[in-house]
Structure formats: C-alpha cells, structure tokens
Design a protein around this ligand. Structure first.
Ligand SMILES: *[C@@H]1O[C@H](CO)[C@@H](O)[C@H](O)[C@H]1NC(C)=O
Ligand SMILES: *[C@@H]1O[C@H](CO)[C@@H](O)[C@H](O)[C@H]1NC(C)=O
Ligand SMILES: *[C@@H]1O[C@H](CO)[C@@H](O)[C@H](O)[C@H]1NC(C)=O
Ligand SMILES: *[C@@H]1O[C@H](CO)[C@@H](O)[C@H](O)[C@H]1NC(C)=O
Ligand SMILES: *[C@@H]1O[C@H](CO)[C@@H](O)[C@H](O)[C@H]1NC(C)=O
Length: 434
C-alpha cells in the first residue's frame, strides 16, 4: 500500500512537471536557432550561364544585395531584397536549398519581377501574409532609393497574392497624394484582420518618404488614403547611433516600424521613426475612416525605447518586439503596461545580430527575425568576400503567435505532447491506485 502511494505521488509529480512543460513559456530562454546565414546573397538561377550573364551585364551586383523583410507561411521562409542600389535581380523571394546551401528563389517567379515592366513587382521592402495565406506586397516602383541616378519607373502599388491558389488576386496603384510616384518609400506593413468578413481587412503601411505618413489600404473598397502627424517625422536626437564602437549619422528617416495590437476591441497601431527613440500609437478606428479630419488628439506617446529600431512586431499576447539597433539586441515589452522604457532584453547583445531588421511569427511559437548589418551596407563597410557572415535568419521560441491570430490568445495552457503525456500519466496513476 505504501509503495502504491509512493508511486502514485511520483507519477502525479511527473504529470505536474509535464503539465508545466506544456506551457511553452518555460522554454523561452536560450532556445535561439540560427536558421540561415550568408556572406553574400545569391539566387536560384535557371543556369550557371544565366548567373554569369547577370554578373557581366550588372543586373546582379552581389555587393548591393541585402535581405530585409521576412515572413513565414506553410514552412516556407519568404525574404525581400530591397532595390536600394543597382544590381538586385529579384526583390521578393523564398529560401530554397540548392547544392547544400540556402539560395533565394524569386517569388512568385522571375516573370513577376521584370525591371521596368510596371505590371510586375519592382521593389519590395516588406510584405505580410494573412491567415488565409494571402501575401500583401508593397511595391515602391523605384529601382534604387539610395541612388539618385536611378529613376522611379513605376507608380507605387500594393499587390495581394494568394499563395494557396498561386494567383495574384489584387493590384492597387496608389494615387499620387497617398504615395508619391516620385518619392514613395513604403517601408513596413501590418494587416488588420479583425473583420469577420475576410474581404473587409485593412493594411497599414509606413511611408518613410518626405515627412513620413501612414498609408491605409481598404481591401473591400479597393481604396487608399494617407494619414500624417508630427509624431511620424524624424526626431532631432534620432539620427546618431553608435554600433560596435563606431559612430554613425543616419539620414532623417521618419516613420518606419509599424505593429498592430492583437485582434480585439480598441485596436491600436504602434509606430516609430527610424531616426527616433519614441514609440507612438493611434486607434485603428480612426485610421480606417476614409477621411481623417485630425488625428492629433488621438496620438499617444508611449515613451522611449532602449535604442532606435527598424522593424517592430506584436504577438497575439500583446508583446511588442523591437531590434535595439545600437545594442545588437532584441527587446520585448508588454503593451498592457504604460511606458516602453520598461522594455527588457529578449536577446542580449550578440555581435552576430547586427541590425535586427524585421520580424515574423510562425504557428509553432517561434519569433523569426533577420539581422543584416544595414549600417555597414549604408556606409559601404560590408565585406562580402571575407569569412564573416553578413546576413542571418534567426528564430527564437517565445510561445506566441502573430497579432493576426484569431483564437483565445490569452489561454495559458497549450495542448501539445506535454499535455497529452500529463493526462495519460494522471489516468495511469488513478487506474493503478484503483
Ligand atoms: C551598386 O550600386 C551602386 C548604386 O546604385 C552602383 O553605382 C554600383 O555600380 C553598384 N555596384 C555594382 C558592382 O554594380
Ligand atoms: C509585363 O508583364 C506582364 C505580366 O507578366 C506580361 O503579361 C507582359 O507581357 C509584360 N510586358 C512586357 C512589355 O514585357
Ligand atoms: C507620376 O504622376 C504624374 C502626375 O499624375 C504623371 O504625369 C507621371 O507619369 C507619373 N509617373 C509615373 C512613373 O507613374
Ligand atoms: C562617438 O561619439 C561619442 C559622443 O559624441 C564620442 O564621445 C566618441 O568619442 C565617439 N567615438 C568615436 C570612435 O569617434
Ligand atoms: C574582406 O575580408 C578578407 C578576409 O579577412 C580580406 O582579405 C579582404 O581584404 C577584405 N575586403 C575588404 C574590401 O575589406
């Protein structure tokens, strides 16, 4: 009898441990995975000859290629290669393994990225994939933001591509007063997937040109408008950064990172300038109105981040993540608290994480991000022949999903293997006691 009681106690203890483990929060620390890394970016060319031809005629200049936006869907990792400078053969890609190394395959195809053909994609900084598998792609229509000699060839637009149907389902060209066809810098995008009618979703896009602005796209009406406010401009103290002991003065880039609160009531858009420390928020109810009279009184300043940041992202549990650019680190902050100055490191300083650029969530609880040494790219310090990796794709377990995830995000317990083993153990314990 005593033995039975002991083994019962033991099995119950075991079961409780399993139950604890099944709550993913316990797995957070240390579980960082370096998924891909590159010294220089290369592509899935149709042939070696095609690659050599592109190198010869300058349509592929490896030194000018850098990864930026990241999203995952159905186990595939999608990356953007911004056309910041000349010689970027494809601007939207998926990662594939070829000859044992990761390369970028133009997505959806080479035919969709023909320079100068305005029916196709010209220059993508970021994209987002909604839970239906529709990729919302922002195209600047320009060939090189950082090269005044290269002209704007097409007007900026948003394209929506259905990954499952393998079909472009929407192309919307922005009017000039929403996103200028000579200066647009559509930088980052989030999808408001809160409406039950899946055609009633919105995109909020940062435009880092001029004084900055938020471009709103209404999918159902197929209409767009622009919202501006002084909080979207560059801050005077925001341009200087010290990264790895080097001082840099960046251009006065205005609003850049955007993030959306989880699906629910009183949703908010969070945004910040690249040249600035402060985080701001605006209610989406206001952004959705086709003509916004004055957002001024609704803008809230949420305090100062640990550093300037590029991309930002919020999970289904309301955790905001940002790359702390001066610290080679990733920070997190609970958006239900009042001031972003209370944010803390998710990942502490790691020299391999220079310029954590953009974030994504998968369905398994991982936060993905790109680090790309953008400061070195901008100031022509990048070495793509040395042994050092320059571009990396990371994932870290956080036990959370995308802000677009619809479901009880607040529930603490997850039904995984741990839970199953726990339930079986409890049943076994009860049965062996009887
Ligand atoms: C890289 O881009 C710059 C700016 O667009 C251009 O002047 C330069 O020729 C490009 N490099 C190569 C190797 O083509
Ligand atoms: C531009 O691209 C579209 C879509 O791929 C294609 O149908 C069209 O023929 C192309 N136009 C030119 C001039 O190549
Ligand atoms: C930009 O807009 C102006 C005015 O509507 C128009 O004349 C011009 O052709 C457009 N350029 C491009 C590249 O679409
Ligand atoms: C960087 O700037 C800081 C503040 O102005 C200065 O103290 C420091 O000496 C500079 N470092 C370098 C390497 O120039
Ligand atoms: C890049 O690194 C390699 C190896 O350290 C070095 O030989 C080369 O000179 C470097 N190139 C540049 C442009 O700094």
């Amino acid at each position: 009898m005593a033995a039975t009681a002991r083994s019962l106690a033991c099995v119950l203890l075991c079961a409780l441990c399993m139950l604890g483990l099944s709550d993913g929060a316990d797995l957070i620390s240390g579980d960082t995975v370096l998924v891909y890394e590159w010294t220089f970016i290369d592509y899935d060319w149709p042939s070696d000859d095609a690659r050599q031809l592109a190198l010869d005629d300058g349509s592929f200049a490896p030194i000018n290629n850098s990864i930026n936006g990241i999203k995952t869907y159905g186990g595939v990792v999608y990356l953007t290669v911004p056309r910041w400078r000349a010689g970027v053969p494809a601007t939207l890609t998926s990662v594939v393994m070829k000859g044992g190394r990761p390369v970028l395959r133009p997505f959806p195809s080479w035919e969709w990225q023909v320079v100068g053909n305005c029916s196709t994609i010209q220059y993508v900084q970021s994209m987002e994939i909604d839970r239906l598998g529709r990729m919302w792609i922002i195209d600047n229509g320009r060939l090189a933001v950082f090269d005044p000699n290269l002209p704007q060839v097409c007007a900026p637009k948003i394209l929506v591509y259905d990954i499952k149907k393998a079909e472009m389902v929407r192309v919307h060209t922005f009017p000039n007063d929403v996103a200028s066809n000579s200066t647009a810098f559509l930088n980052d995008i989030v999808i408001d997937a809160s409406a039950d009618d899946t055609d009633g979703w919105f995109a909020y896009i940062s435009d880092s040109s001029r004084a900055g602005g938020i471009v709103v796209y209404d999918y159902k009406q197929d209409k767009s408008h622009r919202v501006t406010h002084p909080s979207m401009t560059a801050a005077t103290d925001g341009r200087r950064m010290t990264i790895n002991g080097r001082n840099y003065t960046f251009p006065p880039v205005p609003v850049n990172g955007v993030a959306l609160s989880p699906i629910g009531k009183n949703m908010k858009l969070y945004y910040c300038a690249l040249a600035g420390y402060n985080l701001y928020t605006l209610p989406t109810s206001l952004l959705k109105q086709p003509t916004v009279a004055d957002v001024g009184t609704s803008v809230k300043e949420l305090g100062r981040k640990a550093s300037q940041s590029d991309g930002i992202a919020i999970s289904n549990k309301g955790t905001l993540y940002y790359g702390a650019l001066q610290l080679n680190a990733v920070y997190r902050w609970d958006t239900s608290s009042q001031d972003v100055s209370s944010s803390s490191p998710l990942l502490i300083s790691d020299v391999r994480m220079q310029w954590p650029n953009a974030f994504a969530f998968d369905d398994e609880g991982y936060l993905w991000f790109v680090s790309n040494k953008l400061q070195q790219y901008l100031f022509n310090e990048l070495n793509i022949t040395g042994p050092e990796s320059n571009f990396r794709v990371w994932k870290i377990y956080v036990g959370e999903k995308s802000y677009m995830y619809k479901g009880s995000g607040a529930s603490g317990l997850r039904f995984g293997w741990g839970m199953l083993v726990a339930v079986v153990s409890v049943l076994y314990a009860i049965m062996s006691y009887i």
